[in-house]
Design a protein around this ligand. Structure first.
Ligand SMILES: Cc1ncc(COP(=O)(O)O)c(C=O)c1O
Length: 399
């Protein structure tokens, strides 16, 4: 899965170039940098690649969600409906804004179920945020309709889905904004980094100001003389990451082709077994970073998992996944924040704070507990593919 598998001399050269020029700040030093702005180049290349008007690079995928929400003015009293099956950063970004994450249910796509969102919408709801889990897009037709019908903003946590598409269009480009993570586990990586894409010029400006202390960037004057549009913070990407990102981006389509090829080879080799898979809203657009089987019930999924392990290849049951399943997040239930004021937990603006109890997502649990997931890597060899096929056969024999 991760882009670091593809690191080679080109990344080394790109980094060495930034270091040799001693130019690591994405802004500033306008007179002496010879017109070279790697982060800016990277932003333009990403926007063109995914088909968005604007892209802002930031310091992480978590920061991308936070900056985007702050620029939309999300704050105490607001509610955002999202998925209980995601990385906790999706939830933390909402909490950091002082707003309430309302967690609906997933369906067999492992993504947010639009039908489960509807009963949770009220006058405090500001946005719906599907998360394109494991690089497979949620049904963006359904979410587009839902948000239009209810007059809500559509946000996309596409942090796991760079390169994935829905009906030929990039995940992340359907909503008001979408985000990508470039952390070490992602299909392309710069070590740590994030990207926000949007077609909304005004919103892009607000994000750009906010992510750099409110600076109104102007290459014709000294950075210290720039005006400020708002109070903000520092979520800047450095030129080192920008240079790395430019190289990694050229490898994205190759990585996708490799992953999709591995997935196809595995599924073709086990086609005779008649196993059910995770539902893809658009199978063509899946970035194929994982293969998820949906077994008849939890007991059979556990038998499958055990048999797979016995022949030497472990697979996961997603209900055990502490990274991605809200059932396991004690800190969320406890409201374990350090700050003296604790919006949204005890907050005068919040009318209904969910308890986030493990029992709250019965349909999500029913789906996750009958999964068997295998992670794929870009540089997988035929031998590894053969081992996974053998393990799937062993798992199926134990059902
Ligand atoms: C769905 C989702 N959202 C947000 C993030 C946060 O990205 P980062 O690790 O770059 O902060 C991740 C990272 O794994 C993620 O999977």
């Amino acid at each position: 899965m991760p882009g670091f598998e593809l690191f080679d001399q080109r990344e080394i050269d790109a980094l060495a170039d930034v270091i040799n020029r001693k130019m690591v700040h994405r802004y500033s030093f306008n007179d002496s940098r010879g017109g070279i702005y790697r982060v800016e180049e990277f932003e333009r290349a990403v926007a063109d690649h995914v088909g968005a008007r604007h892209c802002l690079a930031v310091s992480s995928g978590s920061a991308s969600l936070y900056v985007a929400m702050k620029a939309c003015g999300i704050g105490p009293g607001d509610e955002i409906i999202t998925s209980p099956f995601t990385f906790i950063a999706s939830i933390e970004a909402i909490l950091e804004c002082g707003a309430v994450p309302v967690l609906a249910e997933i369906d067999e796509s492992l993504n947010l179920d639009p039908e489960s969102v509807k009963p949770l919408i009220n006058e405090r709801t500001k946005a719906v945020m599907p998360v394109h889990m494991f690089g497979s897009a949620a049904d963006m037709d359904a979410f587009g309709r839902l948000c239009a019908d209810y007059g809500l903003a559509l946000f996309e946590d596409s942090c796991q889905a760079m390169g994935a598409t829905f009906r030929g269009r990039s995940a992340g480009t359907f909503g008001l904004w979408g985000t990508y993570s470039l952390d070490p586990y992602k299909i392309i990586t710069v070590g740590e980094g994030g990207l926000i894409v949007t077609d909304d010029e005004e919103l892009y400006r607000r994000m750009e100001y906010y992510h750099d202390h409110g600076h109104i960037h102007d290459k014709t004057i000294d950075r210290g003389a720039e005006g400020k549009h708002c109070l903000g913070f520092n979520f800047r990407m450095s030129e080192l990451q920008g240079a790395l990102g430019l190289v990694q981006l050229t490898k994205l389509e190759g990585a996708l082709a490799a992953l999709r090829g591995h997935k196809r080879a595995i599924l073709e080799a086990v086609a005779d077994l008649g196993l059910a898979y995770r539902v893809h809203a658009d199978p063509e657009g899946d970035s194929a970073t994982q293969i998820v089987f949906l077994l008849p019930d939890e007991a059979s999924a556990r038998r499958f998992q055990k048999a797979s392990k016995e022949v030497g290849v472990g697979c996961g049951n997603l209900s055990d996944n502490t990274w991605h399943y809200a059932r396991h997040w004690q800190t969320l239930r406890d409201g374990a924040l350090y700050s003296r004021t604790r919006c949204p937990y005890d907050c005068p603006y919040v009318e209904a704070m969910p308890e986030y109890r493990p029992v709250e997502w019965p349909r999500t649990h029913a789906v996750l507990s009958r999964t068997a997931v295998y992670g794929l890597s870009i540089a997988m060899m035929e031998e590894q593919i053969g081992k996974i096929v053998k393990a799937i056969r062993a798992g199926t024999a134990a059902l």
